[in-house]
Design a protein around this ligand. Sequence first.
Ligand code: ATP
Ligand code: MG
Length: 408
Amino acid sequence: MKFDGIILKFGELFLKGKNRYRFIDRCLLTTQNKLKQFPELTFAKDSDHLNISLNGVDPEPVLKQLNFVFGLHSYQLYCGCAPEIEAIKATTLAVVKTIENDGKSIKVLAKRGDKRFPLGSPEINRIVGTHVAENSCVPIDLVNPQVIIKIMVRHDTTYVISREYPAAGGLPIGLNGKSLLMLSGGLDSPVAGYYMMKRGLAVEAVHFDSPPYTSPRARQKVYDIAEKLAHYMPNGRFVLYLVPFTKLQKEIFTHVPDSYGMTIMRRMMYRISEGVARRVNCQLLSNGESLGQVASQTPQSMFTINSVIRMPTIRPVACMDKPEIIAVAEKINTFDISIRPFEDCCTVFLPKSPATAPKPEKCTEYEKGWEWESMIDECIRGVEKIVIEAGKPLLVDTETSEEICALL
Ligand code: ATP
Ligand code: MG
């Protein structure tokens, strides 16, 4: 049996009071954008749902695309028919037949949205339920059914629905500002980026690149992760800023004792990220730090590192266990990319025993007497902007990478 359309329900949009209509319009716009490869679809919005008429299109690939639209709480596939009892009986029976072999008990639940319809909801339930019971072998259970068949009678049409599925959830991207994500090639930061977008923030990313210590293949990982994240952006584009970090990173490990190298390096990364964020109008930083995961992610380390900037830093995976992070990485298709074994700038210079409780005063002392401020400015001014589009993976230009390495 063919489905006629999809009803999409909004999530937390109800909490937004007067802003609700802005959120609904944004959801509609993003949904239309994500589905523009299906020109046959038509859209209608209501105060609490969107209705997509399939007009013959297979719902499978449409639903796959809808997974990238935040702000949608759930969806239901429906079969439509005229608001007449005979048509409703026939359509409901056809829907029930599609799940007949599942062996699950059902209940018919009608809702008469159009009060001009001559039968009340209990009567529709009784008439349609009897018809289904007499013409199929599906067990009816009015008290504890496994599947509820919903019948929504409207003025000009009736929807018959057999299931409700969870959608992407969250809030629509684009009304909540923008965050700059510190994106490494690892498992955590792409997941952090996904959660930022889920809460309605547009996300751009900064990546610290240290050629020749990090290879073009490490950069390729970041490009490939950015492509996966691009699918969630309403316009399907993900902006990445590459920071030329080698010179400053080498200087750090020349001037700072080994045990504080990583702390100071991360202080520099935060300063640069804040500088880039201000330039590109991001109001928040975000990253994949997870409490207790490594030396730089103890509370004392976080305090000492974070104290060099004023911009708030959101750490969406801070309280998640690694297996939980991995499950999300698999869901958003970044897992296979993140586990490719190439070095990141944080790992190549990793000291043997980094301080786990570094003190801000000591950092200030180690940051005296050498010219890091101008190098920070150079890093901020020298960022390379790359735009990566969903569905169009970008290959790292290895020749350019080799040229950069030759200059160092
Ligand atoms: P991830 O945390 O993404 O799995 P990781 O474990 O290699 O990567 P950590 O050493 O845990 O990285 O670093 C903590 C966070 O710092 C990362 O989640 C990321 O947000 C940021 N970070 C680390 N390296 C880089 C880099 N080269 N460019 C941008 N951000 C980085
Ligand atoms: Mg990590």
